[in-house]
Design a protein around this ligand. Sequence first.
Ligand code: ARG
Ligand code: ZN
Length: 870
Amino acid sequence: MRTEQPPVIRLADYKRPDFLIPTTELTFDLAPTATRVKARLTLQRQGAADAPLVLMGERLKLISVAIDGQAVTDYTVTDETLTIAAVPDRFVLDTEIEINPSDNKTLEGLYMSSGRYCSQCEAEGFRKITYYLDRPDSMSKYRVRIEAPKAGLPHLLSNGNLIETGELGNGRHFAQWEDPFNKPAYLFALVAGELDVLEDSFTTVSGREVALRIYVDTGMRDRAVYAMDALKRSMRWDEEAYGREYDLDLFMIVAVRDFNFGAMENKGLNIFNASLLLADSTTATDLDYERIESVVAHEYFHNWSGNRVTCRDWFQLCLKEGLTVYRDQGFSADQRGHAVQRIKDVRALRARQFPEDSGPLAHPARPSSYAKIDNFYTATIYEKGAEIVGVLRTIVGADTYRRALDHYFAANDGTAATLEDFVASFSAVTGEDYSGMLDWYTQAGTPQLHIAPSYDSVNQSLTLHLTQATRPTPGQPTKTTLPIPIRLGLLSEAGETLTFNDGQTETLIVLRDASQDMVLNGVAEQPVVSALRHFSAPVILNLDEPENHAFARLKGDPDPFNRWEAAQGLARTILLNPEPAQAQIDAFAAGLKAALIDAALEPAFKALILGLPTESDLAQSILPVDPAFLHASRKRFKAALSVQLKDTLLAQYKIIVTPDTFSPDAQAAGDRAFRNALLDLLLAGHSRADLADDAQMIALAENHFGTATNMTDMVGGLIALMHVQGAPYQAALDAFYARFRHEPLVMDKWFSLQATCPHPDTLARVEALQNHPDFDARTPNRWRALVGGFAANQSVFHNAEGKGYDVLVKQVLMVDTFNPMTAARMIEPLSRFRNYVSPYKDGMQKALETILAQPNLSKNVAELAGKALN
Ligand code: ARG
Ligand code: ZN
């Protein structure tokens, strides 16, 4: 028995709402199990004269309805709507409902986290708070009054400006908020509770003073200092890079522990998963700092790309998310270095978006239908969406891009826009037609770019034969061609820059057709092609060339991205070969060594070059996928490099000194990243033939862990000890637990580190950890740490007897009963079953079938499991 596929909503059916809601007044009377919400909406008909009023509402207990002060009893309520058949053209609607926040484990709508009220409305959570036109093109001015007991609820927060606070008697108080900007319901927020606040201020470019407040758990104020610093840098950057100034007198961020995803850009009141806000050196890694910086920026940047200009409907989600990711990536690049940032962003794109784009869940950045929009907060909408903006910018150039964005914000301010509006801004400032760019948004699948160079030594010319093709994806059997910008330069075989045409060193080719020949003249010798520099488009590049050309790029490409890419490609070739030649391995080791000792390269870059392609990365370059082979191959190669490069690795490791005082800045973080990557490779040689050597390495890792003065190095030490297993690994885990057991965010790491350890013992460990007293499936952070970490652990999750899939099925079905949004995120690891060899393939398929056969499955899980099996 299969769960029926849930009904879908289609972009083609879009219709504007029948009513406008110029103003929305909400009054909350907070009580954990019985919160009352009164809503007073002014409504104006804009649709057909006989159109009924249909408001969305879920899990609401309706108390009363009145129109223009008169009680109404003639209405229909279903699980999802409140319908009033005959209403005037202009009227005031009053409703009152009751909800139970303490029982709301969906973490959507109004819920409680650590005794505190908290809301999450994007995408469709507002309908769990009151009956409303809960759709992004329904924008309104909000006034919010919160009434609550003073005890335990000293802070009562909502969007906009605080107008009034006061006493109500009986130990109760209230706060009155007003947001002067029109907004859709998904940007509404409410927080109430006991909180510590870190305060600061920011003077905008036009001289306005903005109060900044970050609210955190009691005692955690010091851990918000970095986020505050990142916020101020973000505010300045958006003024300088995009001319965007903040528009309210107050900007607040609240950190909560129970949250379904990263963070939320509610107007003037961002709400963050605490894991993306709180940091200090002893509890947060450099990666945490980096993510905090980028997410604080992301949510802040939404104030323009998302809030001032919002989305007409959820099909346009990428309009705000793709653009905002592109903006936060630009910010991070300016803060931390363009090349290193680009490599990390591309690595993430390939790890998450490319697999999605080539599997059964593939969808365009603008999907044409969905059952649950929550299932579409994907790497495609976010990361591919960002890449598409980058493609546009590369094609038009930085200055035109800035003018187009200025135009976009000015022309669409205060409205709910579409991707057409975005692309039209580029046409508006250039007079050119960019409609071809819309195909990037509407077509799923990663384009394959093929480059066949041929050199004519007599004429000293190079002809590049360029072709593009995109494979079919579900629902899109035929594909069109896309504008693909290709940044390209040439090198000599010795790795020196080679000029062409008239002394040019780089060119931009935009491939628009299925194939095109491009001729470069004045090429003095057989060139090495360096194409798609800085990863100028999200495509898969196949370049016909002999292997020594990749070595030339690794040695001397002036584009650091392609230098890194060359190393990745060379390593991939070795890793996918069941019997790589020793000469190949030696040549790679020599190339790697040269990069490691090159004083001109930054440590952060060296750390990245040491990171060989991951098992999931490799899984995309081979069919069928045998996870056991990929794991063994990678392990063998790392061990070989470890032994061969030991002296170099050790010497580099010793050069890096840990400064006395911790700084989270990019340079210090780069040093730590490099040192930890060196340690990992040194330990990858375990067990060495030479036992004394081996003992020396184990001691090195134990010492690294034991003397660590920050979380990054502790984690680095633990990861290195994973190669060793046994007593040294267990001792480190136990010490870690003893020290941090009362720190929830660090305990998440403790769970996730164990779940991601690529050792066969991990399966039993994960099975046991499901029953650990500190495991709690109701806290998404903890659940994702264990279950998400495990599902990403290729060689362990893909267990030949299917035991890994059993764990996942059990966990998904359990969490689906109370938090469908979070449960659905774990379907993806099973979705590409067709790519795997037996028995994995059959095990994954069976797991999906078991999930789909479950009665009462949520729409979220049913949609994704159904699509995966189709
Ligand atoms: N807009 C939020 C962010 O980018 C994410 C909201 C996610 N919502 C969801 N239902 N998954 O940053
Ligand atoms: Zn976002």
